[in-house]
Ligand binder design. Structure first.
Ligand code: ZN
Length: 159
């Protein structure tokens, strides 16, 4: 990765870390999922509103406290999720996790274009300790979408 690209990615993460988008409670959310990363202390709650069929994500929000990586990841993820189907969201989680758990020399190959803005996290692959920060909101997403009709979610932990 060129250093210019790395700087750009860092700027995007810092911007979202300082001014997270969608940091609000969705009243009457279809799914509510708390999440906690004990390694770093990041914690938060993901809110999802689904369409009547329960298949498409109409709105996504995340309220949390944590490091800039976890905050930025939740911010960019919630932007990304709006309008996506359940299936597309879960497939993207797999790609995202593959990207940031790739060996450093593989990371540039894994930053596939269809991840769009989510690619800014490809550099996290070089910092294994931060992977759980970057995936916390995504683990919450996966747990939320696995809830089915049980809306009394237990907190998901990255451990
Ligand atoms: Zn963190």
């Amino acid at each position: 990765m060129s250093s210019d690209l790395r700087d750009l990615y860092q700027d995007v993460i810092l911007d979202h870390g300082k001014k997270p988008r969608n940091a609000r409670v969705i009243e009457g959310a279809t799914l509510t999922q708390p999440a906690y990363n004990p390694l770093c202390g990041d914690k938060g709650t993901l809110y999802l509103s689904l369409d009547a069929a329960g298949d498409k994500i109409i709105d996504a929000a995340y309220v949390g406290q944590g490091c800039s990586i976890s905050t930025a990841s939740a911010s960019i993820m919630t932007d990304f999720l709006r309008g996506k189907t359940r299936e597309a969201a879960l497939v993207t989680f797999e790609h995202f996790r593959d990207m940031i758990t790739a060996a450093p020399d593989e990371a540039s190959h894994r930053a596939v274009p269809n991840l769009g803005k989510l690619s800014v996290f490809s550099g996290v692959a070089e910092f294994p300790a931060r992977v759980k920060c970057a995936t916390l909101a995504w683990h919450a997403l996966k747990a939320a979408l696995s809830q089915g009709s049980d809306t009394t979610a237990k907190p998901v932990s990255t451990e």
